[in-house]
Ligand binder design. Structure first.
Ligand code: RB5
Length: 310
């Protein structure tokens, strides 16, 4: 796991600020410890983030009002394990300033793609690794930059920031969830998760407890971080999974419940209805579930009480 990430843009009031706050936010949600900083190649010291950058972050519940811009300096560069820039010109300038750090200087999207592909990517203009400067543009332009940065940042986290530890997910379905399972497995792999498909391997009728059981046992054995079970309604899978001591399976049909299932219930298995949910909503629910992280405290006390019920 990279310990210290430095984001670089031009003025340190838009893109690198959004990247800094998004990575810190997503890392906290994922329970990952990382030190995040940002700076600008032509920044004035002490400016706040632009109004639209603050708004775009506030829309995700992130408060960046305390941010103050700073120009990049040799010490900031030397202290970073990973230096991620927004455009090819930023990268060139960084390589000119600190050629000895070339092995840790990348474009944010280039590095995210590199981790996803598991190999070095050749930089070329066609690869479109740049995140364009929204400065002086509409809030919509800032939202687009935020979306691109957030996607890359989540990919970095899912791939252990290049440190090798990816979240491992066990996925299983009966015939009622078979079709959705294929799309879910593909989606999760595209986002960089390590996924194992526990079947069923065909749309032929089968019994959901036969799938729920091995998925849950593998999660309890620590072979996987989380499980996802899909049947027609999700009900049979959740009933079967919750019979196994130590499993907290949450049947979710909306994103709020999915996030709460992690934050409050520390649910180690997510159950979904393949005949209930459209694929778009199902993937959003999965994202919300995977991005949530247990809040502990009073919720831990409650879970301990559930464990004592066995
Ligand atoms: C199978 O027809 C269906 O009963 C199963 O997929 C699931 O919905 C059970 O709860």
């Amino acid at each position: 796991m990279a310990k210290s990430v430095l984001f670089i843009c031009t003025g340190n009031t838009c893109r690198s600020v959004m990247a800094e706050y998004l990575l810190r936010h997503r890392a906290r949600q994922a329970g990952v410890e990382v030190e995040v900083r940002s700076a600008g190649l032509q920044a004035f010291p002490g400016d706040s983030a632009t109004e639209h950058a603050l708004k775009a972050l506030a829309e995700l519940g992130i408060d960046a009002a305390g941010h103050r811009s700073r120009p990049v300096n040799p010490q900031l560069l030397a202290e970073a394990d990973l230096i991620l820039a927004m455009t090819a010109r930023h990268k060139e300038e960084l390589l000119r300033l600190a050629p000895e750090l070339a092995d840790r200087i990348f474009l944010l999207k280039e590095y995210a793609e590199m981790l996803a592909a598991g190999q070095e990517q050749e930089y070329s203009l066609e690869n479109n690794y740049e995140i364009r400067d929204p400065f002086g543009q509409s809030l919509e332009a800032y939202r687009e930059a935020r979306r691109e940065i957030d996607e890359a940042v989540q990919l970095l986290l899912a791939r252990g920031m290049g440190g090798g530890s990816r979240m491992r997910i066990a996925v299983g379905a009966d015939h009622g969830g078979f079709q959705a399972k294929g799309a879910v497995v593909e989606y999760l792999r595209s986002k960089g998760y390590e996924v194992v498909d526990f079947g069923t391997a065909s749309p032929d009728s089968c019994d959901y407890p036969d799938i729920a059981q091995p998925v849950c046992r593998a999660v309890l054995a620590g072979e996987y971080d989380l499980g996802i079970l899909i049947c027609g309604t999700g009900i049979g899978m959740s009933i079967a999974a919750n019979r196994i001591p130590g499993i907290r399976a949450a049947l979710c049909g909306d994103t709020f419940s999915a996030r709460m299932a992690r934050e409050h219930n520390d649910a180690n298995v997510l159950c979904l209805g393949g005949r209930v949910l459209g694929l778009g909503l199902m993937l959003d629910i999965i994202d919300a579930y995977l991005q949530g992280s247990f809040l502990g405290g009073r919720h831990k006390t409650r879970i301990e009480k559930i464990e004592q019920m066995n």
